[in-house]
Ligand binder design. Structure first.
Ligand code: GDP
Length: 329
């Protein structure tokens, strides 16, 4: 039986990846950071099938112990301070977790499991002020936030351990990916939750920042398949994972409000509190390499994704949360 260690297992991607690996008969270990209010909501339905290990990307020894315990053939490093806006108010913490945390994890693998295959969750935010449209593996990076800068460090650390030590370290440059399990602070989920609240009469308005920003939004359930595929290849490499389609925040809002038969213009307000010191205006990925080399294709498109998220938020707020999706298969 193969063993995998996932950092960030309680997050959106960690929960989908854990489902995928369980369905493939892996023994799944999940690293969880101690907190007074640990949130197991996303993995509640599979918690009895996962081995939870206590650890923190800030604590080198905890990573060594976790690797010694799990003895994984595959390590997926999904843990991070993952919210761009917060990276301006906590830039040092973001660098410590999201950047140096990658080196700590790589060092732990090098010390205890140098044969293990390592996946690093890199990000389209590394393209920032984009130098080409669409963005592929050869597009120069130009990060625009402490988060983007930290992710870029993690990406290059991953490449460097591959080149320095011959380790199997792959970097997935994932464009934005969403789901009903997305954190409420991200714009997609903020919008679908807000639309559901307005529909149910719990709220009247929705305050947002820059409506003009454009993103390539895919479905997280599709994207974790690409992570797994990267670690099944003969050699490690970097891959862009994206849909190739871009939509504005305005398009997102329009689609979500239309789902419940409302006009967004009657409910959405722009609020400078949600504007950012520097913006990433346009992201759109070219995933040709992932398509040809990994055989990966996204299955859920934008409208379907938004509809799925609005419906899930409506069901949750009505007190009838939808059952978790069936395991992959
Ligand atoms: P990001 O691409 O990782 O920063 O993902 P987000 O979902 O946090 O933001 C996506 C885009 O939506 C960014 O360009 C934000 O500036 C824009 N945006 C506009 N209004 C909001 C808002 O109220 N909250 C968030 N999180 N983003 C917003």
């Amino acid at each position: 039986m193969k063993r995998a260690l996932i950092t960030g297992v309680t997050g959106q991607d960690g929960s989908y990846l854990a489902e995928l690996l369980l369905d493939k008969d892996y023994r799944v270990y999940g690293l969880v950071r101690r907190s007074s209010t640990v949130n197991f909501e996303r993995i509640a339905h599979i918690q009895d099938r996962i081995e939870i290990l206590s650890g923190d990307l800030l604590d080198q020894n905890s990573l060594l112990y976790a690797l010694r315990e799990a003895q994984p053939q595959e390590v997926y490093n999904l843990a991070a301070q993952s919210f761009v806006q917060t990276s301006w108010t906590q830039p040092v913490l973001t660098g410590d977790v999201t950047a140096l945390g990658v080196t700590r994890m790589l060092e732990a693998v090098r010390a205890f499991n140098p044969e293990a295959r390592f996946y690093q969750a890199s990000s389209s935010e590394m393209y920032g002020k984009v130098q080409a449209v669409p963005q592929n593996e050869d597009t120069p990076f130009y990060p625009r936030s402490p988060y983007g800068v930290a992710k870029l460090y993690g990406h290059w650390a991953t490449v460097n351990y591959r080149e320095s030590y011959g380790m199997f370290t792959a970097s997935g440059i994932l464009f934005n990916h969403e789901s009903p399990r997305r954190g409420l602070e991200f714009v997609t989920r903020k919008v679908t939750d807000g639309v559901a609240r307005i529909k149910l009469g719990l709220q009247r308005e929705l305050r947002l920042g820059n409506l003009g920003a454009q993103r390539d939004w895919g479905y997280a359930g599709d994207y974790v398949r690409a992570m797994w595929l990267m670690l099944q290849q003969d050699a490690p490499d970097d891959y862009v994972v994206a849909t190739g389609h871009t939509y504005s925040v305005r398009d997102l809002v329009d689609s979500a409000f239309r789902r419940v038969g409302f006009d967004w213009q009657e409910h959405v307000l722009q609020d400078p509190r949600f504007m950012r010191p520097a913006e990433v205006d346009l992201l759109v990925g070219d995933a040709a390499k992932a398509r040809t080399e990994l055989g990966w294709t996204p299955e859920v498109e934008f409208e379907e994704l938004v509809g799925m998220m609005v419906d899930a938020d409506l069901a949750r707020l009505r007190g009838h949360p939808l059952p978790p999706p069936a395991l992959f298969g």
